[in-house]
Design a protein around this ligand. Structure first.
Ligand code: SF4
Length: 378
């Protein structure tokens, strides 16, 4: 039976040099044969391209990111091009990706760097000073674009390391994170650190998957403590995530003269700067019907007819599960909503605005009720 990779230096958590060399060699060889052809990998030395890709990849699957990345980079091929763009226009390229604070930060950082005539920082410390860049993203950019010897440990890499070295610590605990970080630091090679980080990422997403990892195809299986000890199914140890909050919200699709009313969300926070149908959270003390009246009044209008309950839309976010109760209602006096945060739109003009996936879904779920509603007049 193979020995644990830490066998001779276990107490100090040190990986013996021969094991380090073997893991590096095997992993890089596997990567050279199996690496995914991803558009940002064709611009490996371009820190801006790596930055865009890494920000998009936060919380989003690679397959989803590819199309978004290609469209974004075609429209904003350089940091300066992104800095010059209007925020509403940039948001359009992010629509559907979710977690809109990411694009807000990326755009702010691009503008700030260009105002100072600066370039993308080439160190983890410098990158971490930019909004929206944490340690993992900084290490990925610094290693891939600048060849810095910085280990990038995200959830995927943490899982592989915990199994490979049989780390029986909660990988979300400070101690677990310290141990994994130390292992990653010992392993990262001087040459090709960017490829090495990407090799971990690919191994974690294609072979050492959360469920049913393909250990028999894994280039590291003879070095893997969990594989040898048959504990793969028990690792990594992970404390449960924050509880998901259940939220109920009333949505008013207000119609007048063949147009629908949208309002713009404030900058910062969830769905920052996107357009949406007016909505409000349901609390124990207020009824849906009263809320709808209040929403209309907030928008400077009154309900003309009994609203139609048009749809119920469930939307899941990482820490929130929202149930939208969607009502369609004709309202009077379209001109009263003249604030810049409101806009009356047709179906066609709505397509040109940046709208969250949740509200696009609300629109399509309420479509027949919208089409059958009595035409009001402005
Ligand atoms: S042998 Fe299995 S558990 Fe170990 S690193 Fe490879 S895929 Fe993961």
């Amino acid at each position: 039976m193979s020995r644990s990779p830490l066998a001779s230096g276990h107490r100090e958590g040190l990986i013996p040099p021969a094991v380090r060399r073997a893991i590096r060699r095997k992993l890089l060889r596997w990567y050279d044969r199996n690496k995914r052809d991803l558009p940002w990998r064709r611009r490996a030395a371009d820190p801006y391209a790596q930055w865009v890709a890494e920000i998009m990849l936060q919380q989003t699957r690679v397959e989803t990111v590819i199309g978004y990345y290609e469209r974004f980079i075609r429209s904003y091929p350089t940091l300066a091009a992104l800095a010059r763009a209007r925020h509403g226009e940039v948001l359009k390229y992010w629509e559907g990706l979710g977690y809109y604070r990411r694009i807000l930060h990326l755009h702010q950082a691009a503008r700030a760097l260009c105002e100072q005539n600066a370039v993308v920082p080439d160190t983890v410390e410098g990158l971490c000073r930019l909004p929206g860049i944490g340690e993992y993203t900084a290490a990925a950019i610094a290693s891939i674009a600048f060849g810095r010897r910085e280990p990038a440990v995200d959830g995927n890499v943490a899982r592989v390391l915990a199994r490979l070295f049989g780390v029986a610590l909660d990988i979300r605990s400070p101690e677990g994170k310290r141990r994994l970080r130390s292992l990653a630091e010992q392993l990262i090679p001087r040459s090709r650190p960017g490829d090495f980080n990407q090799a971990w990422m690919d191994l974690g997403s294609s072979i050492c998957t959360p469920k049913a990892p393909a250990c028999h195809e894994c280039p590291l299986n003879t070095n893997c403590e969990a594989f040898v000890a048959r504990t793969v199914d028990h690792l990594p140890l992970r404390s449960s995530l924050k509880k998901v909050k259940q939220v109920r919200a009333v949505v008013g699709v207000f119609l007048n003269g063949g147009r629908m009313l949208l309002r713009r969300r404030p900058t910062g926070g969830l769905w920052s700067g996107l357009w949406e149908f007016p909505n409000a959270e349901v609390t124990d003390s207020c009824q849906e019907a009263d809320l709808l009246q209040e929403l209309a009044l907030d928008c400077g209008m009154s309900l003309r007819d009994e609203p139609t309950q048009a749809a119920l839309v469930e939307h899941r976010l990482t820490h929130r599960h929202i149930t939208f109760f969607v009502y369609v209602a004709s309202v009077g006096n379209r001109r009263s909503s003249t604030k810049p945060t409101f806009r009356w739109v047709t179906k066609q003009s709505m397509a040109r605005l940046s709208i969250s996936t949740a509200h696009r879904r609300i629109h399509s779920a309420a479509k027949s009720a919208i089409e059958n509603a009595k035409p009001g007049h402005g």
